[in-house]
Write a protein that binds this ligand. Structure first.
Ligand code: WNU
Length: 152
């Protein structure tokens, strides 16, 4: 059985390696680790459903997910991309204060996600201007690609 300290060190060094968080001060990163939840998913499980309210941000620490989205053009949601270890999702609903804009479906058994709630996400992003403007721009870019795709 893993101690709290070992768990802390494991997630700390993992988050250190996540490119998005590269510029965060160690102290900040340690705080994020303290308030993380870990969620486990099996292949085919919906982690996020389009149109639902959401208050969490996810970082994949193991496994893989796919992103799908409904469009005007087809009855079935379209597969947009695959995300793996070190990738993250769920920032858009938090930043644009909107419902979830795509589905996130687990694509590998035993996928682990580190989950940050809205309050801690705001803390993480709010105190770090570069991260905030990076994510804001990224989210605007997502909205533009949604439009090009004729997302619903
Ligand atoms: C896309 N359109 C939309 C992805 C993850 C992180 C970043 C891209 Cl910074 P949410 C659904 C989530 C959404 C995004 C993710 O799906 N997503 C996309 C798209 O083309 N969403 N609308 N590509 S992967 C991705 C950039 O995280 O956040 O809270 O839930 O709306």
């Amino acid at each position: 059985r893993q101690t709290t300290q070992a768990r802390h060190e494991e997630y700390f060094s993992f988050l250190r390696s996540v490119s998005l968080l590269q510029g965060l001060p160690e102290q900040k990163l340690a705080k994020i680790v303290d308030c993380l939840e870990v969620d486990y998913f099996e292949k085919g499980e919906y982690i996020i459903r389009e149109g639902e309210e959401g208050n969490t941000f996810f970082i994949i620490s193991k496994g893989e997910v796919i992103v799908t989205q409904s469009t005007e053009a087809s009855a079935e949601p379209q597969e947009i991309k695959t995300l793996g270890v070190g990738d993250y999702f769920g920032e858009k609903a938090l930043i644009s204060e909107d419902v979830r804009s795509a589905n996130i479906i687990c694509n590998k058994n035993g996928t682990h996600c580190l989950v940050v709630d809205r309050e801690n996400f705001n803390q993480m992003v709010g105190t770090y201007e570069e991260l905030q403007s990076y994510l804001k721009e990224y989210v605007e870019e997502l909205s533009r690609s949604d439009e090009r795709r004729n997302a619903l």
